[in-house]
Write a protein that binds this ligand. Structure first.
Ligand code: DX5
Ligand code: ZN
Length: 226
């Protein structure tokens, strides 16, 4: 277990009328970074956060932000999310024919670069861009909405990705899972080789509150990780 375990909330379930204080509560709850689900209503049916919303929340906390760009034209938008205060951009492999150029551009702009793979997208798409990656996001739901059921079949994909990265000198590239992650599912993803865990609805549903939920998810993941 070399890469540290990271618990990362999606803010989709937060009170969207009070996002600054919502981010502050997450930071105080001990999260490692905050995951902004950016949706354009085209790549996925839902429509969510523009860069100005993220820039407004940026002033409330110092914890890193990552933007999960579920958008059809990431190359046109990505500089805006970096200017808004995101330290990492996650682009979907399915949204750009020039993935190598897009990832290189994100790094040129000063942010960390990650690629997201939908459930049906094979890991082979990463092979020729791994040198440009800080993280790979293996989607454990079909993107577009929070509160969906976890896809356990993605655990084989996580394990395959971890083997590829470790066998090719990319041990420091993280694997993130996103979708349906909670107390009942996080161990399976951890055992498979995940080190960064996005949780939205399950984390916000803890009756004991966010800090308890973050600690519980972290404990389960760290216990399960090989
Ligand atoms: C789905 C998003 C996920 C989702 C996570 O398209 O990328 O980040 O909001 O929420 P839960 O944990 O509720 O599945
Ligand atoms: Zn997401």
């Amino acid at each position: 277990m070399s890469l540290p375990t990271q618990i990362v909330p999606s803010v989709l379930p937060a009170d969207l009328a009070d996002l600054g204080n919502g981010c502050r509560a997450l930071e105080e709850g001990g999260v490692d970074k905050i995951h902004w689900d950016v949706m354009d209503g085209h790549f996925v049916p839902n429509l969510t956060f523009g860069p100005d919303v993220i820039a407004a929340a940026r002033r409330y906390v110092s914890v890193p932000f990552e933007a999960h760009l579920m958008v059809e034209r990431p190359d046109d938008l990505m500089h805006l999310y970096i200017e808004a205060g995101c330290q990492m951009l996650i682009v979907h492999a399915e949204t750009t024919p020039h993935l190598h150029r897009t990832l290189a551009r994100i790094r040129e702009l000063g942010a960390e670069a990650a690629v997201a793979l939908n459930p049906s997208t094979p890991i082979g798409i990463v092979e020729n861009v791994a040198d440009l990656l800080d993280m790979v996001l293996i989607m454990t739901v079909n993107p577009g909405f929070g509160g969906q059921s976890y896809l356990p079949t993605m655990e084989l994909k996580v394990a395959e990705m971890r083997r590829f990265l470790d066998n090719n000198g990319y041990e420091n590239v993280s694997i993130e899972v996103d979708g349906g992650i909670g107390a009942a599912t996080i161990a399976g993803a951890a055992i498979a080789g995940t080190d960064v865990f996005v949780s939205g609805s399950a984390l916000f549903k803890y009756p004991e509150g966010l800090a308890f939920g973050v600690a519980d998810l972290r404990s389960i993941a760290e216990t399960a990780r090989p």
